[in-house]
Design a binder for this molecule. Structure first.
Ligand code: ZN
Length: 139
């Protein structure tokens, strides 16, 4: 479990412990009957709340871990433009060799991607931006 989940649950437990001490003090001064019933109801409500909170926090921690994993995969998924060494006609017009020379020998403009790399990389970058914003928001 993540530190943030532990901290949140510890805060709930501390509050419940504080309520238990108050109830104990009430019992010492002789508070019984309806007051005790209200105290038991409060403890029950806190236990239900704690269980619900723990489930929500665990789900949030799992989703955060999933987002972090997705981010790692996306960072590694940058797509280069297709190069077909056997026939440069079939290379993407935007494809270049390491020396910067064009890998395409067709007649289409060199600024148009036919292989899908530009579309993929734009979607990937947009998704990374969304994931980074979500991870920052969650702290
Ligand atoms: Zn391309």
């Amino acid at each position: 479990m993540s530190d943030s989940v532990e901290q949140a649950l510890e805060a709930v437990d501390a509050e419940a412990d504080g309520s238990a001490e108050e109830m104990e003090a009430d019992a010492i001064v002789g508070a019984v009957g309806p007051t005790a019933a209200i105290g038991i109801g409060q403890v029950h409500a806190k236990l239900v709340y704690r269980a619900h909170l723990e489930r929500v926090l665990r789900d949030a921690a799992s989703l955060r871990a999933l987002l972090e994993h997705m981010r790692e995969v996306l960072v590694e998924s940058h797509q280069a433009h297709d190069i077909v060494d056997e026939d440069c006609w079939y290379s993407c017009p935007k494809a270049t060799y390491k020396d910067g020379s064009s890998a395409y020998c067709g007649e289409d403009p060199r600024d148009v991607c036919f292989c899908g790399a530009d579309k993929w990389n734009a979607q990937r970058d947009a998704l990374l931006t969304e994931i980074d914003a979500e991870l920052r928001r969650e702290g």
